[in-house]
Design a protein around this ligand. Structure first.
Ligand SMILES: NC(=O)c1ccc[n+]([C@@H]2O[C@H](COP(=O)([O-])OP(=O)(O)OC[C@H]3O[C@@H](n4cnc5c(N)ncnc54)[C@H](O)[C@@H]3O)[C@@H](O)[C@H]2O)c1
Length: 270
């Protein structure tokens, strides 16, 4: 049962790959809250076909777009406004990929072409999304644009490799573009820094299970799930958060403010 938080609101949701994706859960939550949207992903991800199930459930159209392509993004924003019947109120950027992580390259032996690809797909693409939204004049006043980040932007998690730099870029773009969009059109731009979550992108990081369990023990509330994250995103898209912008919002069960927990002490004293 929803609260109609997003009744009458229109948007775009990037990054639903399968039912574990944070974007997938977000689409279901936004639908439950009364929002309408288009779904998008890279053409190669769409070939998997899973997203068709979600589109059917949500009564949403799918528009292919590689988030690194300005041309694809331009088509996506223009078509979305046509399909949904007006300007947009929300956009979710839920995109991450590192060829170096995928191919298990050591941090001291990175392939720099791939490093630039990591930055482009996982960081700079957020700027491209924001700039396209501005150039196509796609956003309504008090619209809300959210991207997903991870605490490796601030602290070292060695296996996160060059994704740490991409997330630092992403969070910085949210501040810089957030300033610009607030002044231009009162549009809000934020990142949400989410707990480790068992998704395709998550489990692709080597040692993921260990840092999932560690974060679970280090978070007084436990790890935030993808469903918890979807609910938070829905609130960030709603009119209840109209003055929140240019923030990196920790959604991590308290992990980022915790030095040590009794659970860890007990485990280490064994
Ligand atoms: N899973 C975690 O532990 C975790 C924690 C914190 C933040 N995040 C972030 O959450 C976001 C969503 O990831 P997820 O965990 O739901 O995993 P996921 O694998 O389900 O989603 C990642 C998505 O990025 C898409 N993508 C990759 N390259 C693209 C491109 N060029 N153009 C458009 N889309 C592209 C993929 O197709 C996929 O749908 C990512 O930004 C990720 O870094 C994840």
């Amino acid at each position: 049962m929803g609260y109609n938080l997003l009744k009458g609101k229109r948007g775009i949701i990037f990054g639903a790959l399968d039912e574990n994706s944070i974007a997938w859960k977000t689409a279901l939550k936004v639908k439950e809250e009364g929002g309408i949207f288009t779904l998008t992903n890279a053409p190669i991800a769409l070939r998997m076909g899973k997203i068709n199930e979600l589109a059917k459930t949500c009564n949403a159209e799918i528009i292919p777009a590689d988030a690194t392509s300005e041309q694809d993004l331009n088509t996506l924003f223009t078509r979305s406004m046509e399909i949904l019947g007006g300007k947009l109120d929300f956009v979710l950027h839920s995109i991450g990929m590192s060829p170096n992580v995928r191919k298990n390259k050591d941090y001291g032996d990175l392939n720099y072409e791939w490093f630039l690809k990591t930055l482009d797909i996982s960081g700079v693409s957020f700027h491209k999304v924001l700039q396209t939204a501005e150039k196509t004049d796609a956003m309504n006043e008090y619209g809300s644009i959210v991207a997903l980040s991870y605490i490796a932007a601030q602290r070292v998690f060695p296996d996160y490799s060059d994704m740490a730099q991409a997330k630092a870029v992403l969070e910085s773009i949210a501040r810089s573009y957030g300033y610009r969009f607030a002044k231009l059109k009162k549009v809000r731009v934020n990142t949400i820094s989410q707990s480790p979550t068992k998704t395709t992108a998550g489990v692709g990081i080597s040692g993921f299970d260990a840092f999932f369990d560690y974060a679970q023990m280090m978070s007084p509330m436990g790890n935030a799930t993808a469903d918890d994250c979807a609910a938070f995103i829905a609130v960030m898209f709603s009119d209840l958060t109209r003055m929140i912008t240019m923030q990196n919002l920790m959604h991590d069960g308290g992990f980022s403010s915790t030095g040590i927990t009794q659970d860890l002490i007990d485990r280490l004293s064994k």
